[in-house]
Design a protein around this ligand. Structure first.
Ligand code: ARG
Length: 596
């Protein structure tokens, strides 16, 4: 068991002894923010003392009296208002590294009991090209599914594709009247986009045209065979585009149950909302209004206009009988609960939909309150990608940037850099490095900022070999790999990647070695923090610090030139760093190359 877990369990036991009626699961051990004070810290006693109106330092002293961690820690210190600071014994540090070097763990443990977590991400709309914005939901969602799986949770990823809605009336009309077959064969999505734009403009100008489009939609909704088959063809063509992008990005879903999947239940959902008086009719439509249970500021069904609170209902059925986005999402939650009984459902969707999700979760709690208590519904929101001008990122001609084009450009730019740096490499190898570096750079630049902030898309910055970038991390990894290539001893030591048997005895003397070693130990804690707060950026920063600590170590501590025992110990540190880098990048959805 990892040292911080051992400390945590013992601390929880000591707290339970002192305060028998306490839920000790909130007693957690985290990395100490400042290594001056220790390696790990717990601040849980302060909140426990506060709840009980106790003196926090006194409580800390009483708990300490019952806590024996002397096998792995130096003397435990009480600091400030009642923090506990723990400093690992050298022996505990080296033992943990040695067991990792033998392949027994990689500084993380599966969480028990595992949770069942549904994650809804990417979710593009049919008949439209995937654009640069889709990298956000797709990348963050994928990093979260990978983190949660690595920690042992049972994850169900579901791509909630937008394959239903009023746009199909216009698309059907266009398909029947002005479809250009050869163009459809060349680039289906571009042709569908063209049809939509033309018919949409006509509908805006001409009410009869709009009526025509509506009647195509009504026929589709009524199950008209011809319209259904065209609609299915549009979905099939879109799916090909989505799949191409997902396979480039290495993203997989367990399910892709689009919005249309839920059609059969939408009528029942609205009837039930009406019967339970959660929704009511208003101007021919059906909507859910405030129930007055919350102060106006927190009430998702009210908005403030000029100082006055006015109703902002969620529509469940339009006056023409069509159903809304919210209705589909209600049916979707219900289906997911019945099918998978998840502990959590996570929606990785842009922050502009935060009002939608607030309403959705509130309605669900009113509609099925018993079920709602069993599941945690989370909107994992994110901000926008901006251009250099601080406005939403566009092409030079002002169009939205297509995701496929963006990924092409990333690979091309990376190829230029690789060719300048390594002109001697064979062409295929250069291309493969450029693919990994280019895609990695785009993904990493998107995962690195706090997800709720907007960020400026900058090719030079994300592709730079210096700074907190994917190329920097990939280079650090490749550099370690080259150490092992250069030396026979080293490559013999690490010959067999799959069955680790690096039986080195670790001896950590130089301060750079100790800093690196302690940082390695925090990998699992970082993964847990990513999973708890749905923030892959914690892992980006961890990996960057790891690469920086490694490079300080490597500059100050000779490896291959050291005496045999020191060399083997240092090679083990190199190898562990490479493995954590590789595993960490993999969790972020980024591949690695052995040479760069
Ligand atoms: N297709 C939607 C859009 O492009 C996103 C769907 C997100 N998931 C959900 N369950 N609402 O805006």
């Amino acid at each position: 068991m990892l040292p911080h877990k051992q400390i945590e369990l013992k601390l929880q036991a000591a707290v339970r002894e002192m305060l028998p009626d306490t839920d000790v699961s909130i007693v957690l051990v985290r990395p100490c923010p400042d290594p001056k004070f220790g390696d790990y810290q717990s601040n849980a006693l302060m909140s426990l003392a506060k709840q009980r109106k106790m003196n926090p330092r006194q409580l800390a002293e009483n708990v300490l009296a019952k806590l024996d961690v002397s096998d792995i820690c130096e003397k435990v210190e009480i600091a400030g208002a009642g923090f506990l600071n723990f400093r690992l014994k050298d022996s505990a540090l080296t033992q943990t590294l040695e067991s990792a070097a033998r392949g027994e763990h990689l500084f993380f443990e599966k969480l028990s009991p595992p949770k069942t977590i549904v994650i809804d991400f990417s979710s593009p709309n049919v008949a439209k090209p995937m654009h640069v914005g889709h990298i956000r939901s797709t990348g963050i969602g994928d990093a979260l599914q990978r983190t949660l799986r690595l920690l042992g949770h049972h994850v169900i990823s579901d791509n909630h594709i937008g394959d239903w809605g009023t746009q199909f009336g216009k698309l059907l009309l266009g398909w029947k009247q002005i479809l250009d077959r050869p163009a459809l064969e060349r680039d289906a999505i571009a042709e569908l986009e063209r049809l939509y734009k033309i018919v949409n403009a006509e509908c805006d100008a001409n009410p009869t045209r709009l009526e025509e489009a509506k009647s195509e939609l009504v026929k589709l909704q009524a199950g008209d065979a011809k319209n259904i088959s065209i609609w299915k063809e549009m979905i099939r063509l879109s799916q090909i585009q989505f799949d191409t992008i997902y396979s480039r990005l290495g993203v997989k879903f367990d399910f892709a149950l689009g919005e249309s999947f839920y059609n059969p239940w939408l009528g029942e959902v609205v009837d039930d909302l009406l019967a339970k008086k959660i929704a009511r009719e208003s101007e021919g439509a059906v909507g859910v209004f405030s129930d007055g249970s919350l102060p106006p500021k927190e009430d998702p069904f009210l908005v403030n206009r000029d100082g006055e609170w006015i109703a902002d209902p969620a529509l469940a059925r339009k006056s023409d009988g069509g159903f809304n986005y919210t209705t589909t999402d209600l049916a979707t939650i219900d289906y997911r609960l019945k099918t998978w009984s998840p502990d959590e459902i996570i929606y990785v969707v842009d922050d502009r939909q935060s009002a939608h999700f607030k309403k959705l979760f509130a309605i669900f709690a009113r509609w099925k309150s018993a079920d709602a208590k069993k599941v945690k519904l989370v909107h994992v929101g994110f901000g926008k990608i901006l251009g250099d001008d601080g406005k939403p990122f566009k092409t030079r001609s002002g169009d939205t940037v297509k995701l496929g084009d963006l990924l092409d450009e990333a690979e091309e730019r990376a190829l230029k850099n690789v060719s300048e740096k390594n002109p001697e490499l064979p062409g295929d190898q250069k291309k493969e490095i450029a693919r990994v570096v280019g895609l990695g750079a785009v993904k990493y630049a998107d995962l690195l900022p706090n997800r709720q902030s907007d960020y400026i898309f900058n090719w030079d910055k994300m592709l730079a070999l210096q700074g907190n970038t994917a190329p920097y991390l990939l280079y650090a990894y490749a550099r370690i790999k080259s150490i092992f290539r250069k030396s026979d001893v080293a490559s013999a030591l690490c010959a067999d990647e799959s069955s680790r048997r690096l039986d080195a005895t670790l001896k950590l003397d130089a301060p750079e070695e100790i800093t690196l070693a302690k940082h390695l130990l925090n990998f699992g804690l970082t993964l847990e923090a990513v999973a708890e707060e749905y923030r892959p950026n914690f892992l980006c920063n961890y990996l960057f610090d790891l690469a920086v600590h490694f490079s300080r170590f490597f500059e100050n501590c000779p490896v291959l030139k050291a005496d045999a025992a020191t060399r083997d110990s240092r090679l083990a540190l190199c190898d562990l760093t490479a493995r954590v880098l590789k595993q960490g990048l993999d969790v972020l959805g980024i591949e690695t190359v052995e040479q760069m």
